[in-house]
Write a protein that binds this ligand. Structure first.
Ligand SMILES: [Zn+2]
Ligand SMILES: [Zn+2]
Length: 813
């Protein structure tokens, strides 16, 4: 057949049109096939997709298509993380309702998704701003409320006095309001809702063992650090005047004889009693500073309260200080300072001239001498100068001293976590309303389940002043109390949008259920997610919150799995022409431009080819042009050889088939293990080089197999052009629903070259080696051969002549 030019626009738009109503991306509800749930993180509907998105989706799409070809029932859904601040900011800037702005953006982005032919089951599309979705956020909230997993307490919020509004953390720029750069943000204490994620701290940590191997190690490390479990002891020091207990948490109770002061957090309740007005004002200033500044920028400061505490082990009296670096949320809000054995305490005590007293010596060394210590000794060792505990190794002392405290009623072994409860109240409009009502008679009353969803009112004015914009909507706020029927007020805060994304992937399994968040039987079939793909920036918040939600859902009896995601993959970033992409630089590579200029196939292949999926990809126009030329070569080769007839001899058949099966073997192995799609694609490029070089020697009997397999192996990466080739070959139906071609291991075997070995020009042996074996290796092989050695005995090798793949001639005398 005559060769056809590669016209990406014509090919892609033709299939785009034909696939418009196609049903072959649908997951089957009931199937005898093994299931495979592959998921890419859902985007925020900002309005446009860029090359970073395309990379994320191209990885997932290649995998989904491959799994279909391997005979799996694949679930590959997509949705929209549709609530959030940008919609609200756009509403203030452009006077457009957030819903309208969001839905329009979703429509535009979905169009791009379709243009790229990402294989989503759009019947399962979820938008988190849909009342049919967020009602279940409210339902989960009520389940947690009734189990004590949701609670209210006062917490500090950012407040701009000029805007007269609460600010989100992202709206605070270097301690000032984003709209009033000269106005420092104040802290106001307001009642906030929290979810008790700390109740699951141990499980979140322990269950990470199930994730090892399937999740990137660095994500697990980040989660471990975030959860921050420390084992230690709680011990009561006693206020010298009254005997009142001051509980401290320490991971090193073995150093307690070296404690030279107790330090309280500035908000510690005892300060109210111990401090005078000036002291309380200093403590409050510390709290304010901490709320407004990056903790790393704050210098450690403190002051003496004028009071003393008694060490429960030694009976010694030590001074009580207040320190700005002691946190109320970690441990007990009070620490004992052991400057000789803790870096931070050492720095603090040196600054204020507080005693430093070493009590741990290295196992094979002497106790440090003070004065004269220049740094703290942090390691475990042997306990000294510690009464009856002296001479014990640190580990043993830790254990026995904690037990002693417990026996004598002044402490116990304890574990503490860095992770804090999840504050979910947002003083925003564009989010899920929190389903509670405040009644002057009954207090806080949950909205009854049969009154869900609490709908977000649609036409409201967002002014950017006050607390939540919902406060200014009387028809929303004023409500009859569900308990007594009297006048009451709705909660006007909305939920953190991270709630939306904490369970969305469950809803994909049953997206239209109006009775429950989902049917547990469907979850039992599809979960856990086999492969989740997204950015490493979600390693903590989203990926911890969704693990927490899964455990909560299991505990309320909805599901039986304890973890949502079996395998997690974090793809690398995309930069453009060597620079980080940003709107302000104007170098964002948009997906629509890519589709138009190069075509979806080229853009997909580029992001998969330019680097291994976990590494950074640098967008280069000339790189994309290279991919475009490659696809053109494939297409022209296929069209000019499709339907080839005749009796060409097939002198190259063997060589070409070997390369074909080697390439298939490589791609198959990569899909099953390492995902080195870049080297897969490089393999197809090499194959094309061989095919074109040997084209005249390929017989008509072998050509159809070659062209079919070429189309099939490209199908996961370049769906349009492979489908077009598939049709050119006279086949019907979607190419990615064909069976993935098996490689023939025998054919893929490297053929060996027969090498003639001569000694002084006479044939003495034949040896076999892979084609392309280097000359030095052939020399060694020849000289060591059993048939050759007798002819070299007693002689010296003067020279060896090698003709690669053919001959070794040894000159010996
Ligand atoms: Zn402001
Ligand atoms: Zn009431």
């Amino acid at each position: 057949m005559p060769e056809k030019p590669y016209d990406h626009t014509q090919i892609e738009l033709k299939w785009h049109e034909r696939w418009r109503d196609a049903t072959f991306y649908k997951a089957e509800e009931h199937s005898a096939k093994p299931k495979y749930y592959v998921l890419e993180m859902l985007p925020y509907p900002s309005g446009t997709l860029h090359i970073g998105h395309i990379r994320n989706y191209s990885i997932g799409d290649a995998l989904a298509r491959y799994k279909w070809m391997r005979g799996f029932n694949v679930l590959h859904p997509m949705g929209w993380d549709a609530f959030g601040l940008p919609a609200e900011n756009a509403a203030i800037a452009n006077h457009r309702p957030p819903r309208e702005w969001t839905l329009q953006n979703i429509a535009a982005m979905k169009k791009t998704h379709r243009r790229f032919a990402f294989s989503y089951d759009w019947d399962r599309e979820v938008a988190t701003c849909d009342p049919e979705y967020y009602r279940w956020n409210q339902w989960f909230f009520l389940q947690m409320l009734s189990r004590g997993l949701a609670y209210r307490k006062k917490a500090l919020l950012n407040w701009c006095p000029k805007c007269a509004t609460v600010l989100a953390n992202e709206q605070v720029v270097e301690g000032c309001c984003w709209r009033h750069e000269d106005t420092p943000v104040e802290q106001r204490a307001l009642e906030q809702w929290f979810l008790k994620i700390t109740a699951y701290a141990d499980q979140l940590l322990d269950d990470m063992r199930q994730l090892e191997g399937g999740w990137p190690e660095r994500v697990l490390i980040m989660q471990r650090n975030w959860i921050g479990r420390s084992e230690g002891a709680e011990v009561d020091f006693h206020l010298a005047e009254t005997g009142e207990a001051i509980r401290v948490f320490t991971t090193r109770v073995d150093t307690i004889y070296g404690a030279t002061c107790v330090i309280l957090a500035p908000e510690h309740p005892l300060n109210q009693k111990l401090l005078d007005d000036a002291g309380r004002a200093r403590a409050k200033a510390m709290v304010d500073e901490r709320a407004n500044r990056d903790p790393g920028d704050i210098e450690k400061e403190g002051f003496f309260t004028g009071h003393y505490a008694i060490n429960p082990y030694s009976g010694e009296q030590i001074p009580i200080w207040v320190g700005n670096f002691v946190l109320m949320g970690y441990g007990t809000g009070a620490i004992m300072a052991v400057p000789a054995h803790d870096e931070r305490d050492f720095e603090f005590c040196r600054k204020y001239g507080i005693a430093v007293r070493p009590v741990i010596r290295p196992v094979d060394g002497a106790l440090a001498v003070e004065p004269g210590m220049t740094e703290a000794f942090l390691e475990y060792g042997i306990v000294e100068n510690s009464g009856p505990w002296s001479g014990l190794p640190s580990e043993e002392a830790r254990r026995r001293m904690a037990a002693y405290a417990e026996e004598h009623g002044f402490g116990k072994a304890a574990v503490t976590f860095r992770i804090k409860d999840w504050g979910i109240s947002r003083q925003r409009y564009w989010g899920t309303p929190i389903p509670v009502i405040y009644c002057p008679q009954c207090g806080m009353v949950p909205v009854p389940e049969d009154q869900l969803p609490v709908l977000l009112p649609d036409r409201i004015e967002i002014t950017g002043t006050g607390r939540s914009p919902l406060e200014n909507v009387p028809e929303f706020v004023n409500v009859a109390c569900p308990r007594c029927g009297g006048p009451a007020r709705r909660e006007t805060d909305t939920m953190d949008t991270f709630i939306d994304s904490s369970w969305y992937f469950y809803r994909y399994c049953d997206p239209h259920n109006s009775q429950m968040p989902f049917d547990p039987a469907k979850i039992a079939y599809w979960f856990e997610i086999d492969q989740y793909i997204g950015g490493v920036e979600h390693a903590i918040l989203h990926l911890i919150y969704s693990r927490f939600f899964t455990k909560m859902m299991r505990d309320i009896g909805l599901i039986s799995n304890s973890e949502p995601v079996r395998r997690m993959f974090t793809q690398g970033m995309v930069i453009a022409e060597g620079a980080k992409m940003s709107k302000s630089k104007g170098n964002v590579v948009g997906a629509d431009m890519l589709a138009e200029k190069f075509g979806a196939d080229t853009a997909r292949m580029f992001v998969l080819f330019a680097a291994p999926p976990e590494k950074e990809v640098d967008w280069r126009t000339e790189g994309a042009e290279g991919i475009y030329r490659f696809l053109g070569r494939v297409y022209r080769f296929a069209t000019r050889n499709a339907g080839a007839e005749g009796s060409r001899e097939g002198t190259s058949d063997k060589k070409v088939l070997r390369k074909l099966h080697q390439t298939l073997r490589k791609i198959t192995e990569d899909f099953e293990t390492r995902w080195h799609f870049n080297t897969c694609i490089a393999g197809v490029m090499e194959l094309m080089n061989v095919l074109i070089a040997e084209e005249a020697g390929i017989s008509a009997a072998v050509m159809p197999e070659i062209l079919e397999k070429l189309a099939l192996m490209l199908a996961p990466f370049a769906p349009y052009v492979s489908q077009e080739i598939w049709e050119e070959l006279g086949h019907q139906g979607p190419v990615f629903r064909q069976c993935w071609p098996a490689y023939d291991a025998e054919l893929a075997k490297e053929e060996l070259a027969e090498i003639v070995v001569q000694v002084n020009g006479k044939l003495r042996a034949r040896v076999y080696a892979a084609f392309g074996t280097p000359g030095g290796d052939l020399e060694r092989l020849a000289v060591a051969d059993d048939k050759v050695r007798p002819f070299l005995e007693g002689k010296t090798v003067r020279k060896i002549i090698v003709v690669p793949d053919k001959l070794v001639n040894i000159v010996a005398a």
